[in-house]
Design a protein around this ligand. Structure first.
Ligand SMILES: [Zn+2]
Length: 386
């Protein structure tokens, strides 16, 4: 890591970065699981034991995968390219990461509804009540615990990291007021003894905390340097909009380049700021303004059962409503569209799909998987801003 990059990180990001590096060096970002399906190229059979994650090799963080059942390393492919749309003047980032196909729960999604994920704690895929499960969050030491206004938030590593430099799950745990009471009584309980199961739905307290977390990850919002300090993307995928676990969680990665959604022009409509000339039209909110309008917008979407993606990046909060079907188009099989795709960073897991991606396909996919913010405002919010 060079000094300049280090210098531009906020103190929370620096602590998180250091914790990630330590965990990789100690081989903690490697997980073992059973392959749910056979690899078409023969690298693994259904049921094989696979170890997968990030390792520190020759002074670099690299993806690592090994078929333990067959005692062979799995050589995955990574690559990236930009595809440029002349009609919207947008340059989409397209990344190939075949290691992601190995992740637990990876399935070949077809062009249809994402299936419902049960809300009950006993079937939670973070195994928040079952320490005996190998992938239980209770067995992962949090990289950091961050006390925010309403909850103490734990950062965990993602078992299938999108970036070798860090991919984090942010999970609200104990309530901050309860922790203060514990402290007053003489001691705070170890945070990973308690992991209350809450569904993947936003409440005003969770959103308020997430905005505070984003500002801490990004540096001081009031600072003139904020734009330069903003290296983190904090995101939330609602159910039916890319979430694969029905337990409240945000994710963050470092963004090494500005994402297309944040560069697109904006326009104003009925008091809302919307993206313009971008195929996924989002409502855009400011983390430095009162959150009432954002909270109301989210509440309306949730009450109407409209799935959505929320992304905090580049000093802004983007909320993008989704259609319930077309979660992935045929050319992007294997990965549904989640927040990063909506932001214009497309991830594919196989080489043929990577070669086939064009700007026209990306824009068609963004069109078909999103509902324009203008329609949402007309249907749900019009009149309430005045
Ligand atoms: Zn849970």
């Amino acid at each position: 890591m060079d000094d300049e990059y280090c210098f531009t990180m906020s103190s929370l990001s620096r602590r998180l970065d250091a914790a990630w590096h330590q965990a990789v060096i100690k081989n903690q970002i490697i997980n073992e699981f059973e392959a749910a399906w056979a690899d078409p190229s023969g690298s693994w059979a259904k049921g094989d034991r696979i170890a997968y994650g990030v390792k520190y090799i020759e002074e670099q963080f690299v993806y690592y995968a090994r078929n333990l059942s067959q005692s062979v390393d799995i050589k995955g492919a990574t690559a990236q390219k930009y595809v440029h749309s002349s009609s919207t003047q947008t340059k989409y980032l397209c990344r190939l990461n075949s290691y992601r196909a190995l992740r637990p729960g990876a399935i070949k999604r077809s062009q249809q509804h994402q299936t419902d994920i049960p809300a009950d704690a006993s079937r939670c895929r973070f195994y928040c009540q079952d320490r005996t499960h190998p992938l239980s969050l209770l067995r992962r030491s949090p990289l950091l615990s961050v006390p925010l206004k309403h909850y103490i938030w734990n950062a965990y590593y993602n078992v299938a990291p999108l970036e070798t430099t860090g991919h984090f799950l942010w999970i609200p745990t104990q309530r901050s007021d309860a922790a203060q009471n514990d402290a007053a009584r003489g001691g705070i309980k170890p945070e990973n003894n308690t992991l209350p199961h809450r569904p993947q739905q936003l409440t005003p307290a969770i959103v308020e905390d997430a905005v505070q977390l984003f500002s801490q990850l990004s540096g001081q919002l009031s600072s003139q340097l904020f734009g330069q300090l903003s290296t983190s993307v904090l995101s939330f995928n609602a159910l039916q909009a890319g979430a694969s676990v029905n337990h409240i969680h945000f994710q963050s990665i470092y963004s090494h380049q500005p994402l297309p959604i944040a560069i697109a022009r904006t326009t104003e409509y009925n008091g809302y700021q919307l993206s313009a000339n971008y195929p996924a039209q989002s409502a855009i909110f400011s983390p430095t303004q009162p959150l009432d309008t954002l909270l109301l917008y989210i509440e309306k979407l949730q009450k109407a059962y409209i799935p959505f993606n929320l992304a905090m990046l580049s000093e802004k909060i983007f909320v993008t409503a989704r259609t319930k079907n077309n979660i992935s188009l045929p050319n992007f099989s294997g990965e549904g569209y989640a927040t990063l795709e909506i932001c214009g960073a497309i991830l594919v897991t196989d080489r043929a799909a990577f070669e086939a991606v064009t700007a026209a396909l990306v824009e068609r996919a963004l069109h078909e998987t999103t509902l324009p913010a203008r329609k949402i405002i007309d249907a749900l919010c019009y009149g309430e801003q005045r």
